[in-house]
Ligand binder design. Structure first.
Ligand code: ADP
Length: 683
């Protein structure tokens, strides 16, 4: 066993001492031998321990070396600071990351290479970590290298404690993440650029549509009005052709807009109640006439089992249906067009309805049947020349059907005909009972008349002012025009309007601001926005600013009438009846109304006086007499109220109930007199 040097020395001294003890006979030889042997044993034991210790030390050094190498070779910067934040160790990578050598860093504060603004933010954060003993934290920040270059780094910090639990410093590693951040920033920029481009495209389309729709409104409106004037047959033909072209152009603009809306995911669908039979009949009527004019047989069958009251998006549903039927007519030179509608499945509140549109037309070649649902494609280029079209209709239809949760497919034989199958899910409208029995055509509701309504149109474009004025006057309304929002504010101070039809983009004061100001001033006159803009969220913006409804330009007169009627209380006087029984003789009508205005307030006053005196017999008599006048000028609810008053007065019913009836009658008659006065002013 090799002996350690100190042990060897001690051993040699021991041997020398033992020899000396023996030679000088200072100790008996036995005692001396014992002491010698014990000493040698102790020394050998000690020698073994020392060797073990040395081995452990070596191992420790080796592993320390290994770890240090690991740290130094790592592509991250590792450093340790004391509790004040001054570097006590930095790994070699510091130079690569910060540009400072470890000598330059050691003893310096760790903030020396951190962006000063970021350091302000980081310092309290690390203090908090130490205070709250959060074991590890991650942060990303910027450092500034010795050469002034900025780099993004990720830092992990562990707080070091001594064995008494006192904080003694920080141990950190820092990784260069500049490339990742740059990549992320590039991605953000690219996404922003793409979004900007998309927004610009959307705005461009919206602006274009506004620019195109405004004059289109003028053209279509004016041709509508022109068609209602005396014209020679030739002139009428020309105007009708102009109108047809304008309508076609509008349809193309609308298709392109719809397509871009769908593609940008901006197409929102509605869930509103509608009646399927009425909707289909009304929408397909013009197409039925068109088919018949072309000499095609036309049939529409709606199976009895199909519920009538449904919830869904009627506009988008009919858009698909019209597209299919229009195509069927377009591509069928002779023969027939058939539309069938039946229930495919029904479950609780949901019903899946199948629509089939078949024709005996030119058909679609088998290899083109999938293509036709793609945008801007037609089954053959000849079509474009012969039939026109954008090739967008079916692409839009398929997307619209898919958005509604349905499916659209086609079966066709070239030269024999085509059938399109469209499946759409709807919710049943459970609030309304099914009243239809045999799928018979529901009566189209009468056109809403604007008789007796006083309207204010706010519009800056002179041609569109005239279109709106004439369209609304024709429906019986009294129409005033304001050229901008400021004029609206001024005009409503002096006159009460039933409804304001408001353009959005106007000089001086736009439609939103005007409505907001009206509402702030407590003026609650219904406002219907009328705009050529097709910007997403326009409708919501209008409603938010306090408007009641929205219609886009160019408008369909009937739709505008409907919207006005829906947003204004119904008129109480039935002037139509009066006109009918008086053969539309204006002078005679005026005379009758004049008489009404004199007699009615007098009659009501007499009833009031008799009621005040509790003379119920007289009240009954006066009410009876009033009934006959009401037969000539019918007034909403007046007949029932008068009849009830007469009956209760005859039976001398309860006095409060009788007084209430008198009051009701007074209110009805007041409203009627106001309406008659307005009508006379208009005549
Ligand atoms: P377009 O505006 O050209 O009609 P669509 O997308 O509506 O666009 O139709 C695309 C093409 O599909 C049409 O051009 C036509 O070639 C074909 N197509 C559509 N419906 C029929 C049909 N009923 N019969 C024959 N071909 C049809």
């Amino acid at each position: 066993m090799p002996l350690k040097k100190p042990i060897l020395i001690v051993l040699l001294i021991s041997i020398a001492g033992f020899t000396w003890l023996l030679l000088t006979a200072r100790l008996p030889w036995l005692t001396a031998t014992c002491i010698f042997l014990v000493s040698v044993a102790a020394l050998l034991w000690l020698n073994r321990d020392m060797r073990l210790l040395e081995k452990a030390k070596k191992q420790l050094q080796e592993s320390e070396q290994k770890y240090l190498q690991l740290i130094q070779n790592a592509h991250v910067l590792l450093y340790i600071t004391n509790r004040g934040g001054y570097f006590t160790f930095v790994s070699k990578h510091a130079a690569a990351l910060t540009g400072y050598t470890d000598e330059e860093l050691l003893g310096q504060h760790y903030s020396m290479h951190i962006d000063p603004d970021m350091y302000q933010e980081l310092m309290p954060y690390y203090l908090q970590q130490a205070r709250e003993k959060i074991p590890v934290t991650h942060r990303e920040f910027q450092i500034i290298t010795k050469h002034g270059e900025r780099k993004w780094v990720e830092q992990e910090v562990v707080v070091l404690y001594n064995k008494d639990g006192e904080m003694k410093g920080y141990q950190c590693w820092i990784k260069d993440i500049t490339e990742r951040i740059q990549y992320e920033q590039e991605l953000i920029h690219a996404r922003k650029a793409a979004e900007d481009a998309r927004r610009q495209q959307e705005m461009f389309l919206a602006n274009m549509s506004h620019e195109i729709r405004t004059p289109m409104n003028g053209i279509i409106g004016m041709t509508n009005l022109l068609l209602n004037t005396p014209l020679t047959t030739e002139q009428k033909e020309y105007i009708q052709a102009t109108q047809q072209s304008a309508n076609n152009l509008l349809a193309i603009i609308n298709e392109i807009l719809d397509f871009s809306k769908i593609r940008s995911g901006k197409m929102a669908l509605e869930q509103i109640p509608f009646q399927l039979r009425e909707l289909m009949n009304k929408t397909l009527l013009p197409l039925q006439l068109q088919a018949q004019q072309k000499g095609l047989q036309y049939s529409l069958e709606i199976a009895d089992a199909v519920p009538d009251h449904l919830l869904g998006d009627p506009v988008r549903f009919t858009q698909v249906l019209v597209n299919l039927v229009e195509n069927a007519i377009k591509f069928t030179p002779a023969g027939s067009i058939g539309i069938r509608c039946r229930v495919l499945t029904a479950q609780n509140t949901q019903v899946r309805v199948g629509f089939e549109v078949s024709d005996t037309g030119i058909g679609i070649p088998a290899d083109k049947q999938n293509m036709i649902f793609e945008s801007f494609t037609q089954s053959n280029t000849e079509n474009t020349r012969r039939y026109g079209g954008t090739g967008l209709g079916l692409a839009i239809s398929r997307e619209l059907v898919a958005l509604q949760g349905g499916a659209l497919s086609v079966k066709s034989r070239e030269g024999a005909g085509t059938t399109f199958y469209c499946e759409l899910p709807f919710n049943k409208n459970l609030f309304l009972p099914e009243t239809h029995s045999n799928g018979a055509v529901a009566a189209v509701p009468p056109r809403p008349a604007l008789q007796g309504k006083t309207l204010l149109v706010a519009e800056d474009n002179i041609i569109n002012q005239r279109v709106a004025f004439s369209t609304l006057s024709k429906a019986g309304a009294t129409v005033d025009i304001a050229a901008n929002g400021k004029e609206v504010i001024a005009m409503v101070q002096h006159k009460q309007y039933d409804c304001i039809i408001m353009d959005i983009q106007m000089p001086e004061m736009d439609g939103y601001t005007t409505t907001i100001q009206l509402r702030e001033a407590g003026i609650l006159t219904p406002v219907i926005a009328m705009t050529a803009a097709a910007i997403k969220g326009e409708r919501e913006k209008c409603l938010q600013s306090g408007m009641n409804d929205y219609i886009s330009k160019p408008f369909v007169p009937e739709e505008l009438y409907m919207k006005i009627a829906n947003n204004t209380p119904p008129g109480v006087v039935d002037f139509e009846h009066l006109r009918n029984i008086l053969y539309n003789d204006t002078a005679y009508i005026k005379e009758m109304l004049q008489e009404f205005l004199v007699a009615m307030p007098k009659n009501v006053k007499e009833i009031q006086e008799a009621a005040a005196q509790h003379d119920w017999k007289k009240v009954a008599f006066l009410a009876h007499r009033l009934k006959s006048s009401l037969g000539i000028v019918p007034i909403l609810n007046a007949m029932e109220t008068t009849r009830e008053l007469e009956k209760e007065a005859e039976q001398s019913g309860s006095i409060p109930a009788l007084q209430e009836k008198v009051q009701q009658l007074t209110a009805i008659m007041d409203a009627a007199c106001q309406e008659v006065t307005r009508e006379m002013e208009r005549m």
